[in-house]
Design a protein around this ligand. Sequence first.
Ligand code: MD3
Ligand code: FE
Length: 232
Amino acid sequence: MNKRLPEPDIVVGGAPIWRGWLGAAAQAEMVAALRDVVAAAPLFSPETRWGKKMSVQMTSAGRYGWFSDRRGYRYIERHPSGTAWPPIPEAVQAVWDALVPEARAPDCCLVNFYRAGAKMGLHQDHDEADFSQPVLSISLGDAGLFRIGGTERGGPTQSTWLESGDVMLLTGPSRLAYHGIDRIRGGSSTLLADGGRINLTLRVVDQGASRQQPASSCVPVEPLTSRSIAKP
Ligand code: MD3
Ligand code: FE
């Protein structure tokens, strides 16, 4: 049975946004769960492939975590310290289940933390294997000015402030849209005692099993024939 999605409040650059999807109590509960995630997998500032530290601090939960260094962008199965990523908190997974019940289970929850001066330049998210799967974004704490364009760099863009409790879905054409965070409005939320903005993105990183090609090592080197299995 196809359950109807609740109507989004606004669609920006093809991406539906549910304003205040999480109320104050749900936001506080999520922050408490994220404190456990960050205790197990501390925030770090990834290096770009040009050797510059990103202004956003990051960590992840789930099977995979996003990572970057001079060798490039990729998903890895362990925190840089060597420990496994902690599990995706139930309250975070519940938002996915409510808004994209037909999608595969997310195997990464990327946690971005922005202090007042942090930003994220325009980029595409294309390190995942299956673009038919959505990305879901949850904003907590100070507001962030989000910008989204099309699938080509340099085209027109639209902007909107993402506020604490807002949830956005990237699916269909918006899944490969250029997007970024231009700036943070410091002091716009009291959710985090020391301020700042948290953005969670739930992602499906792996290729789905049904579409998976057999590994080359599982393919017979030569077809099995009566001759090839016959004793000499
Ligand atoms: C559009 N994060 O982690 S969330 C990111 O607020 C990222 O921290 C921003 O871009 C942030 O990669 C924006 C909204 C978002 C997330 C993923 C997307 C927009 C997206 C993937 C494809 C298209
Ligand atoms: Fe992104």
